[in-house]
Every structure is written in C-alpha cells, then in structure tokens.
Design a protein around this ligand. Structure first.
Ligand code: GLC
Length: 415
C-alpha cells in the first residue's frame, strides 16, 4: 500500500498511482520467480541463460587465517570513489577493524563512460593522492577492493567484469580481469606499490562488515544507486565451484532479475522509458524499479504524466521538470521527510521552477510515496526469496538471520 494518503486526492491521481500498488499475491509471485531464477543461476546447466547470475565470490565460511595490520581499502561502484586506511586486529572471539582515515573522490561523468584505462588511471591517481596526504607512499600496503559490479571470480583476488551496471560504461573493461586493470594502472604511474589481496562486491563487504558485530549475519544487501544482495550458500549447491564442504558467499546480482521477461506483468510505462533511455537498455530491470539511480527520474516521469492529464501544477511543467535527471533521488527522501508544513516540498519544487499549490505539494508527496513504496516492496519480495531459500536449505521451519544493509537509499529514505 502506498503509505498513507494525506489528502482525499483526486480520483484521476489515485487511478494513476494505483498502478504502483502491489498486492500480497503479486509480491509472493515476485518472490517465487526470484527463487526460481536463483536456483537456475546456481545450476551449471541453466547458469548461462539465467537472469540472476548467482556469482561465487570465493569468500568462504571457513576463515583461511586472518591477516592483521594496516590495509588500504578502495570502494568503487557509486558516484564517488572512496579510499580508506583500515586497521584490522584480532582478539579471542572475533576480529576487529577500525577505519582510521578516508577520502572521497567524485568520478567525472566522462571518466565513467570513457575507456577503462582512463577510469583506472583516475583511480590510481586518487590512491596516489591519498598516500601523499597521509605519508604512506613508501609502504607497500595490502589492498582490499570493493568493486560493485558483476564479476566472475576465479579466486578472491581475480575475476573478470561481466558487464557494467548503473552509470558506468568504460570501454575495454568488460571481459577483463579487474584486479589486472588496477595493477596495470598502478604500474603505469610507478610512484607507489600495492599488494591487491581481495576484491569483493559491496553486498559482500556489507555482510562481512556486519558479521564482525553479529555472527548470525549471513546476508548482505545494498539499496543505493543500484540494488543487489549476497548470502551464504552451501558449497554443494554452488555448482560453478568445485568442492562440497562448508559454505561460500554468493553474489546474486539480482538487479538483473526481469531481464528474461520475469517482470513484464509489473513494469509500467515509466519503467519502460527509464529502461529505453538508460545506458544499458534491457538489462538490470529489477534494479531499475528500486535503485537510487532511477527513483528520482521515475517520480519525474509520473509528475509529467499528471501534468499532461491536467491533474497537477495547473497543467504546466517547468523547463527543468521537463529535463531528464533534474528530479534527484535525494528529493524523494527529502519530500517524504517533510514534517507536514510542506516547506521542504515547496522549496524543492521552487528550485525546479515551479510554484506549487498546497494540493500540488500533497500530490507530489503521494507520487514519491507510491514510487518508493513499490521499490521497497519489490526489494522485500526479493529478500524474502533469498531467505526462504536459505531456510529450506537448512530444513528449518523458521530461520533467524541477520541481514547487513547499506546504500544511500536505505540510509537516507525516512521509511
Ligand atoms: C549493481 C551492481 C552490483 C552492486 C549493486 C549495488 O546492481 O551490478 O554488483 O552490488 O549495483 O551497488
């Protein structure tokens, strides 16, 4: 259900927004289909055609001797690139880690969509800057790389990029070993050395990080620019990797769910526009219903529809509102955080060149609630699919488990 309706709104508005409602039956159907695709992704015979790739991460349940000391950590996958210095230590029960220093670098759009060399040279440049800032250039630190894209791993520190997602499109990276691309860029500079020890997806990093505090954390989920989850799977079910003992973390890459048509009965006209105008049409269709890369734009498209139907803003949209990308996803969170005096909503709309009435403000909030609630429900259905699979694997009626969650949408959205 789309939140609470603040206004006895216009039936025309309600009809348009009702398309975003998902019934319990709808959500159970999404959960079942997700579950089916996950099983198909795990099995060797169906893996290639499955939309949900279920990529082995080589992160195992049995620790292989823990390393302690100073580490450099990189995080690439959103609009910012982060470099961190992390101290890792041991105590009797559990490891510990503290982040001592970090720096954020924004990635220019043309670097995200240029060549792989440009992108990785930029990254190496940021690392060099960080090492300079903190007087670390002389050390050869071990480095962990959070790389938040679909990677087919051969080992913990080796894997090829299958395809870019979100806003990235650097040419010459797909099909190549990502750690190799990073090592080459560091070599090209020649002003520092690094020992790349691991590359993990952000979902995996989130799960591990949460596991430090709570050993029942066996699922990681990101609701940020993109949307994805990982979980601990029985090795015998991970058919792509040899061995039967213990568990391995599987990066589901569930963002690609729907790419084989599994969501056609749920996708709306706005979703089709989003997809057609994206960098990767036909791909990541589930993610495009949920991720922060798309949520603001979805709201903008619905607002334009309401304007065209003479249901909003006196039937007139400003030039900015007609501009792709002008309605940022953080506006959705800010609008839904409005305390009721509509100030926040009014300010955002005026920054977009609109002078809204009170009713306009309320309708805009309803639109935001409809889009974000559908996203949350879709995401919840996927998560239920993952956890039900884990529960059945363990032959339990009930499964008590912790899910580590991170991402800008999860952190900023009020609900
Ligand atoms: C996209 C990426 C995935 C990542 C997610 C969240 O779905 O393909 O690897 O985990 O975004 O950042």
């Amino acid at each position: 259900m789309a939140g609470h309706f603040h206004v006895p709104s216009h039936p025309g508005v309600e009809q348009i927004l009702s398309e975003f409602l998902l019934s319990k039956e709808d959500l159970e159907e999404v959960m079942r289909r997700m579950r089916r695709e996950m099983e198909r992704g795990l099995r060797v015979e169906t893996h290639n055609e499955a939309s949900v790739k279920m990529l082995p991460t080589y992160v195992r349940s049995t620790p292989e001797g823990s390393e302690v000391g100073d580490f450099l950590a990189l995080d690439l996958g959103g609009t910012n690139f982060r470099v961190m210095l992390v101290k890792v230590g041991e105590d009797e029960e559990r490891g510990w880690k503290v982040e001592t220093k970090h720096h954020m670098y924004s990635i220019p759009e043309d670097t995200m969509t240029g060549t792989a060399e440009m992108l990785f040279d930029y990254i190496a440049g940021c690392i060099s800057d960080f090492l300079d800032k903190h007087n670390l250039k002389h050390k050869k630190l071990p480095l962990g790389f959070t790389f938040s894209f679909p990677v087919r791993h051969e080992d913990l520190d080796k894997g090829i990029l299958l395809n870019w997602t979100k806003g990235f499109k650097a040419s010459g990276a797909e099909g190549n070993n990502v750690v190799g691309l990073l090592r080459d860029a560091i070599k090209r500079r020649g002003d520092f050395e690094m020992d790349v020890v691991a590359m993990v997806n952000d979902t995996v990093a989130t799960m591990i990080s949460c596991y430090y505090e709570d050993h029942s954390c066996e699922v990681g989920m990101i609701v940020g620019t993109g949307c994805n989850a990982c979980y601990m799977e029985e090795m015998r079910k991970v058919e792509l990797v040899e061995g039967e003992e213990g568990k391995m973390c599987v990066n589901t890459e569930w963002g690609a769910f729907g790419d084989n048509g599994e969501l056609e009965d749920f996708r709306l006209e706005y979703d089709r526009v989003i997809d057609e105008t994206s960098l990767n049409p036909g791909h990541q269709l589930y993610e495009k219903l949920i991720g922060g890369k798309y949520m603001g734009e979805l709201v903008r498209l619905v607002l334009l529809k309401l304007v065209n139907e003479n249901l909003l803003f006196n039937s007139e949209a400003s030039d900015l509102l007609k501009t792709r990308g002008a309605f940022e996803t953080r506006f959705v969170s800010q609008i839904e955080s409005d305390t009721g005096d509509r100030k926040q909503i009014y300010n955002i709309l005026s920054s977009l060149g609109i002078l809204p009435s009170e009713l306009d403000c309320d309708v805009v909030r309803l639109v935001c609630e409809s889009v974000s609630t559908r996203a949350a429900h879709m995401c919840g259905a996927g998560l239920a699919g993952v956890i039900n699979l884990m529960r059945e694997r363990r032959c339990q009626e009930q499964l008590k488990i912790t899910v580590g969650v991170d991402g800008s949408v999860y952190k900023l959205h009020p609900q």
